[in-house]
Write a new protein. Structure first.
Length: 211
């Protein structure tokens, strides 16, 4: 039986090594390549065939959602499983909307990691049972909410600061976040509000009298 070939994209070497050792101990999964950044992943993909990409949402050059969008354009049939330290409530929905085959938290138990990889390799989507239930509840209530009401408190704070023209670096300092994390929040906020730029965001805040 041929093994499911996986490329691990994560900027922490210890995570990549741990995943490789863990998966290579199974009978049906193997890591064929690693990447520490989005650009390195694109280079690796030019020379290594795989069945699943295990993609960290926080990379040093591009955030995972940007990498995901590029992959959906260049290799739309290749399953991408987001592997993140952020809780599902933070980024799972935007990731899946952008074409991810699934979303997995880094603190998931080993058997869940294996199940997720095997599930997406077969062409199905994966989220945890707990999140799937919350997702169904949210979909049932979608018509009752304005777009900005789906934002978390932290996202709302970032949205208001962005609408006032505060630079990402300054937002990061104020909220004790890295610029990379603030950029990821910005991408998620624009996605949730179906906007395309900071100018659109400012207009939205003004129109809804949120500032």
């Amino acid at each position: 039986m041929s093994k499911i070939r996986i490329i691990v994209a994560d900027d922490h070497a210890v995570v990549r090594t741990g995943i490789r050792q863990f998966l290579d101990s199974t009978e049906d999964l193997t890591v064929v390549a690693e990447a520490a950044s989005g650009q390195e992943l694109f280079r690796v993909l030019r020379g290594a065939a795989c069945d699943v990409i295990l993609l960290d949402i926080s990379l040093p050059d591009l955030n995972g959602l940007e990498v995901l969008k590029h992959l959906r354009q260049s290799q739309p049939q290749l399953p991408v499983l987001i592997f993140s330290m952020y809780a599902e409530d933070e980024f799972a929905i935007p990731a899946i909307k952008d074409g991810a085959a699934g979303y997995l938290c880094k603190d998931s138990p080993p058997e869940e990691i294996l199940s997720a990889l095997r599930t997406v390799a077969k062409g199905s989507r994966y989220v945890s049972p707990q999140f799937a239930e919350r997702l169904l509840d949210q979909n049932a209530n979608t018509g009752r909410h304005l777009a900005h009401e789906t934002l978390s408190p932290r996202e709302t704070t970032v949205m208001l600061l962005l609408s006032k023209g505060v630079p990402l670096t300054q937002i990061g300092e104020q909220l004790h976040l890295s610029v990379k994390t603030v950029s990821t929040y910005r991408t998620r906020i624009l996605d949730k509000l179906q906007l395309h730029s900071n100018a659109d965001l400012t207009r939205y805040v003004v129109e809804h009298k949120l500032g």
